[in-house]
Design a protein around this ligand. Structure first.
Ligand SMILES: Cc1cc2nc3c(=O)[nH]c(=O)nc-3n(C[C@H](O)[C@H](O)[C@H](O)COP(=O)(O)O)c2cc1C
Length: 215
């Protein structure tokens, strides 16, 4: 069988669960918490990983980052403020997030606007990270071209020696968090015969409109 035939024949039947409007919490972030909890306890790999999509100058771009908190109903992730994504976020605050939890046959799409978190929150989280991750964040000029692996290894070693004996590493000003305030969320539950459940929340002033979409 060639690869295209294999792809055409790959098919999974989704029938593990269902989602109805009446089952959904009126607060979409509470509904998100419930599904994330279930993804964590079902041992989904990297349940906090999501695809972050940006769009500038007619060029959509996407990459995976990790959800590291939910503060004041906003979704928080951390990155390098000099990275490509940071440049894109500075030009266009409108983003989307996509979580995929295959063992649960679930997807969540979120759209919203991004702002930087406070320096205090970034500092607090930076100090909770393992030392190796802190050194990596300090050493790596994220999204810049490098000559080769050796250059990266040298950058890491230089940073390691610079901070030898320093117990508390300083958070670099170019590293910190963003938070996404949601304006639209869609909870997708796979069902039999491609008749999937799609329950959406759309922000209307201070409340949320809730409705079902056809799969
Ligand atoms: C599972 C996974 C988790 C990741 N988590 C993060 C993260 O939390 N923050 C981050 O900056 N990059 C993370 N990355 C790397 C990004 O996908 C991306 O390569 C990097 O942020 C540079 O993206 P940019 O050039 O668009 O700025 C992760 C990648 C994977 C596969």
């Amino acid at each position: 069988m060639n690869l295209n035939e294999t792809l055409e024949n790959l098919r999974v039947s989704y029938q593990s669960s269902s989602l109805d409007l009446a089952d959904c919490d009126p607060d979409p972030v509470a509904q998100f918490d419930k599904w994330l909890d279930q993804a964590i306890s079902s041992k989904c790999d990297e349940p906090n990983a999501f695809v972050l999509s940006t769009s500038t100058e007619n060029r959509p771009r996407a990459r995976v980052v990790l959800l590291k908190g939910i503060h004041e109903q906003k979704f928080v992730f951390y990155t390098n403020y000099g990275s490509s994504k940071a440049n894109e976020l500075a030009k266009n605050e409108n983003v989307s997030m996509t979580f995929l939890w295959l063992p649960l046959q679930r997807q969540i799409r979120i759209e919203g606007t991004v702002t930087k978190v406070s320096a205090e929150l970034s500092e607090e989280y930076f100090q909770k990270r393992p030392r190796g991750s802190q050194l990596g964040a300090i050493a790596s000029p994220q999204s810049q071209r490098v000559a080769g692996r050796a250059e990266l290894e040298n950058l890491f070693k230089e940073t390691e020696s610079k901070y030898e004996g320093v117990e508390v590493l300083p958070r670099p000003s170019f590293w910190g968090g963003y938070m996404i305030a949601p304006s639209f969320l869609e909870f997708w539950q796979g069902r039999n015969n491609r008749m999937h459940d799609r329950i959406c929340y759309e922000r209307k002033g201070l409340s949320w409109d809730r409705y079902r979409l056809a799969p």
